[in-house]
Design a protein around this ligand. Structure first.
Ligand SMILES: Cc1cc2nc3c(=O)[nH]c(=O)nc-3n(C[C@H](O)[C@H](O)[C@H](O)COP(=O)(O)OP(=O)(O)OC[C@H]3O[C@@H](n4cnc5c(N)ncnc54)[C@H](O)[C@@H]3O)c2cc1C
Length: 374
């Protein structure tokens, strides 16, 4: 292990000296911030510092839903959050997807405009037709699209699901290949001349008159501006309504003759599943133990893994033999409020964090805004 003060003249000149913007975190937000900054300030030296050998939060671990709002989740949000704020966040997610597609070609990230369905269990309250009309009125006025939401019971028998009484379709949602997205964004950063140093953990920072001093696991580093894009891991630097939230996911082995294609939400967005070719990726169950899942530690619990498996066996694939291949977890950043925090804390330091459960959608719009903050 070589500390910064043991590096050569060339290494210091090329990688460490004269950093105009240090961006912490190489997830969607960190990379899109760097790209938009470089577009705005082509001669700036921009360096991303990432603690992992890969991005190690949520951006390479998520379910790949290109989504911006399902009826039961929006209904749930409207009970807890001000109406204006719910629609502001909705719009940010919708715009975020368009921003993302302006950076990466849809074909390269395997985007599928497959639609999504919000499934309502037999023992759950459904949303009313008036609420669906309200959603369609709102979406028409905000994004200019008509009849985005509709009831679609036929999907239940068509795909062979059990235990659900109805489903609501969002015709504009889709899916992407999460791994390909991160690879494409990374390629973009390299083409723009943005450096990423992997394995560097920011431990603390102090602001001086003309610079920011970064204290890392390899020693001290200086930059003119610091942009922190560490989402669920940012609460050690920022005292705000922000907590880490673990999400657990599993994937089946390939299933012969898998009947369905699409993205599906259930239980106000707390569960979600989709096909990836002939496998099913399924996650959720954080609502079974909010306290236990408010953690920045990766890991799995029997309680949540069992609940996901049960949903798969009883409701999604009730007549199909399948095997689980493996499971994993990722860490999101959430708060009481669902909107992201895009905030300048002083003249040289800013944060773009709290992406919630739809950071794939909202992330690049946050990157775009953060890139204009100084
Ligand atoms: C299981 C799961 C499923 C999801 N499914 C979806 C979905 O289908 N659709 C959707 O829109 N969203 C989904 N999300 C949410 C989405 O993935 C996130 O909101 C988004 O990836 C957040 O991006 P980010 O760049 O803000 O954070 P991250 O991707 O977490 O990136 C932060 C980076 O900062 C690094 N870091 C942290 N601390 C430090 C430090 N001190 N020094 C250096 N580096 C540091 C981390 O290693 C990490 O790479 C899901 C999330 C999870 C966990």
């Amino acid at each position: 292990m070589l500390f910064f003060n043991e590096l050569s003249f060339w290494e210091r000149k090329e990688y460490l000296n004269g950093i105009d913007f240090a961006i912490i975190g190489s997830g969607i937000v960190g990379m899109t911030t760097a790209i938009f900054l470089k577009k705005r300030l082509p001669s700036a030296k921009i360096t991303i510092l990432e603690r992992g050998y890969l991005p190690t939060g949520a951006s390479t671990k998520n379910a790949g839903f290109a989504c911006f709002g399902s009826p039961t989740e929006l209904f749930d949000d409207l009970q807890k959050i001000k109406e204006e704020q719910v629609w502001e966040t909705f719009l940010l997610r919708y715009k975020g997807l368009q921003t993302l597609f302006s950076l990466v070609e849809k074909e390269k990230i395997n985007y599928k405009p497959c639609a999504s369905w919000d499934l309502i269990a037999e023992n759950q309250d459904s949303v009313s037709t008036d609420f669906i009309s309200y959603l369609n009125d709102k979406t028409r006025s905000l994004i200019g699209e008509t009849s985005v939401y509709s009831e679609d019971k036929s999907i239940l028998t068509y795909f062979g699901f059990q235990g659900f009484k109805t489903a609501f379709k969002n015709r504009l949602e889709g899916s992407i290949d999460t791994g390909k997205l991160i690879t494409e964004l990374y390629k973009n950063t390299v083409e723009f001349g943005i450096q990423t140093l992997f394995g560097i953990n920011l431990e603390s920072y102090t602001e001086a008159i003309n610079e920011v001093n970064l204290n890392t696991n390899f020693g001290e580093l200086k930059c003119a501006h610091l942009l922190v894009c560490t989402n669920g891991f940012a609460n050690k630097f920022l005292q705000e309504d922000l907590q880490p939230a673990r999400a657990q996911v599993m994937i089946t082995k390939p299933i012969h003759d898998l009947k369905f294609e699409g993205t599906f939400h259930f239980d106000a967005g707390y569960y979600y599943f989709r096909n990836i070719e002939n496998r099913i990726l399924i996650g959720g169950g954080r609502n079974l133990n909010f306290e236990g899942e408010t953690t920045e530690k990766f890991g799995k619990t029997d309680q949540i893994q069992d609940s996901i498996l049960n949903l798969l066996k009883e409701n999604i694939l009730p007549t199909t033999v399948f095997e689980i291949d493996y499971s994993w977890s990722g860490i999101m950043g959430i708060g009481q409020e669902k909107s992201p925090i895009i905030k300048k804390v002083n003249n040289r330091v800013a944060f773009g964090v709290r992406m919630g459960g739809m950071g794939l959608a909202i992330g690049s719009e946050v990157g775009k805004k953060l890139a204009n903050i100084f």
